[in-house]
Ligand binder design. Structure first.
Ligand code: ADP
Length: 281
């Protein structure tokens, strides 16, 4: 068990049976340490993550088709960008396949909602990151009735089948839903308005979305209830404390990579022979 955790993070953060309405967004489930302990641990665990990711990349270069895909969902300001910058930022960018999904383009709108998702899937050996994902098609789309319910309703099952397909092909899915409180969101939006270096993150529409908070809570709950499967479970991260969400996602990724039981790829040449050749070269 990782230091300072009383439960493995995969268990402590598992979505099964969880009611978002009851979630303490400032909690640190399973973690006994404080912010200071977390900072030291984060540095240590980032090294571990980076080492495992290098192994994944090395295996991919040697033809291994397996990979890991981190799916990040959360309301505006929940900290998705911070995870990408601080957690994914600690590994070798060559091995990262990052994609973010905003309002579909005209071209994307002409296609099935999974079209753009399939195009962005990570290759073998890559650590894929989806900043928002196919889940927007049962979240924002449901909340704003962007298509009729007859259209979004079957998507839960369709998404499960899609993810089963990915898992069968050798992808480990790490699905993370991040939650901040309505108050914390207000503070984070205010910070964006108070700091010129954060204006670029502010979108006036984010304020309008706050009126839909309960509808989003409901849509997120249904998403967790219907798409947290054995093969691709959701994890719920209380995200008011950034240091916790970053540490938690680091641990979930380490766990996923550990499950691949990776070794360094064996040499495709005779090592001693190559040493001899090099000596003489
Ligand atoms: P972010 O807000 O994450 O920084 P963007 O500015 O690109 O990123 O905006 C993403 C926006 O796109 C969000 O409001 C999100 O709800 C919306 N979006 C994502 N996917 C869809 C979709 N399939 N249909 C409609 N809106 C979507």
């Amino acid at each position: 068990m990782a230091k300072h955790w009383s439960l493995p993070p995969t268990d402590a953060l598992r979505a099964d049976g969880l009611r978002i309405a009851d979630l303490d967004t400032s909690g640190t489930p399973g973690f006994k340490g404080d912010k200071k302990a977390a900072a030291a641990l984060q540095a240590e665990r980032a090294e571990v993550l980076s080492g495992l990711q290098e192994k994944l990349y090395a295996n991919g270069r040697s033809g291994d088709s397996r990979n890991v895909l981190l799916v990040l969902q959360g309301m505006d300001t929940a900290g998705k960008g911070g995870i990408v910058r601080h957690v994914i930022g600690s590994v070798d960018p060559q091995g990262v396949d990052h994609a973010s999904f905003g309002v579909p383009t005209e071209e994307e709108k002409q296609h099935h909602y999974l079209w753009r998702i399939r195009k962005a899937l990570p290759r073998g050996g890559q650590l894929g990151v989806f900043d928002r994902s196919h889940y927007e098609d049962v979240l924002v789309v449901r909340v704003h009735n962007l298509v009729p319910s007859e259209v979004w309703e079957p998507r839960y099952e369709e998404i499960n089948a899609f993810e089963q397909e990915l898992v069968d092909q050798g992808t480990i899915l790490v699905k993370v839903a991040m939650f901040v409180s309505l108050d914390e969101q207000k503070q984070r939006l205010m910070e964006r308005l108070e700091r010129p270096d954060k204006y670029w993150k502010f979108n006036p529409a984010d304020i309008d979305e706050r009126a839909y908070w309960p509808a989003y809570q409901e849509a997120y709950q249904v998403m967790l209830d219907r798409t947290s499967t054995e093969f691709a479970p959701w994890h719920v991260i209380p995200a008011d404390r950034k240091w916790f969400s970053r540490l938690a996602v680091t641990e979930l990724l380490i766990n996923a990579l550990d499950r691949l039981k990776l070794d360094w790829p064996t040499a495709k040449f005779e090592v001693e022979e190559q040493k001899r050749r090099l000596e003489q070269a």
